[in-house]
Write a protein that binds this ligand. Structure first.
Ligand code: PMV
Length: 298
């Protein structure tokens, strides 16, 4: 069974598209895939999640993405490719990237191939179907798990952590399209001209601070950087009233930092909650929001 990690972005989403570094962390939920012999003449491809097996329409993004990555393995005959997803889609947890990485890994294992560059390149081909021109951060962390600093054109660097980052993930219940959110933020940045550049610089500062704070587990400094990053993301239009509400609830319950994860416009939020994970999850639950504590993959 091939596996890949879902993710949260601790700092730097959106700005990472323009070459600013970002820090992401794999979470203990993601995707799994396997290739097995089948009786069909061609290939049978299925994806399931907690709601059951999905209908994959011919010509849909999923069908196109599968065609794109599987054609590199010759005509697949008598094969069954089964994938399952453990994170919600369109929620900022890197669902498309981890699904793509798990499927490409399974196809490569079946073909006796294990080249890391091939895995990254093919998973990016998959991800482009869903997101147009992704930075690559989701694919990189889906492959490696752990905590990484990622820079477009440079790649991923592992960040060694002294202790797991105490993150709670909360779901606003609102779903958004990464492609549309990236376009919206791009439009805002263009409208702002010089001020847009300054916003990217502010995010870069947050990333530098967070990167320095993470290895020693300096949660207060990391939390402040996350809060500052969120203020910029709100100004860039990536926030959502439900995300703002969830972050306020988390702060009341003791969280020392919080922000959206991923493209925003709803999706999931993350709260840095040392020694108060249960209090944060309970507070969200009592207000009708679901969440979970991250099992760090570092
Ligand atoms: O919302 P997600 O999980 O697809 O994350 C997207 C992260 C962005 O920085 C907004 C886009 C990208 O390609 O890096």
């Amino acid at each position: 069974m091939a596996e890949a990690y879902g993710k949260v972005i601790l700092v730097g989403e959106h700005a990472v598209v323009y070459g600013v570094p970002a820090v992401a962390m794999g979470i203990g939920r993601g995707a799994k895939a396997r290739v097995s012999p089948g009786r069909a003449n061609g290939v049978s491809f299925t994806v399931s999640d907690s709601s059951g097996v999905w209908d994959i329409e011919p010509g849909s993004e999923l069908a196109v993405a599968f065609e794109r990555v599987s054609c590199a393995f010759g005509p697949l005959r008598n094969k069954v490719v089964e994938a399952s997803l453990e994170v919600p889609v369109r929620a900022g947890l890197g669902s498309s990237a981890c699904l793509g990485v798990a499927i490409v890994r399974a196809l490569m294992e079946d073909a006796g191939r294990s080249d890391a560059e091939e895995l990254m390149a093919r998973a990016m081909l998959w991800e482009q179907v869903f997101h147009g021109s992704p930075s690559g951060i989701d694919v990189a962390v889906a492959i490696s798990g752990g905590c990484i600093r990622y820079e477009k054109g440079v790649g991923a660097q592992d960040l060694a952590l002294a202790k797991p980052v105490p993150i709670c993930v909360g779901d606003t219940g609102v779903r958004s399209s990464t492609r549309e959110m990236v376009d919206l933020v791009r439009g805002r940045l263009l409208d702002m001209s010089d001020r847009g550049q300054r916003h990217l610089q502010r995010i870069e500062d947050c990333v530098s601070v967070a990167q320095a704070a993470l290895p020693d587990g300096d949660w207060l400094t990391l939390g402040e950087a996350m809060n500052r990053n969120q203020r910029v993301l709100d100004e860039l239009g990536a926030g959502h009233p439900r995300a703002t509400e969830m972050l306020a609830i988390a702060a009341e319950a003791g969280a020392i930092g919080g922000k959206i994860t991923g493209s925003g416009g709803g999706g999931c939020v993350i709260a840095l909650a040392p020694d108060c994970e249960i209090a944060v999850l309970e507070a969200w639950r009592s207000r009708g929001y679901s969440g979970f504590a991250v099992a760090s993959t570092g």
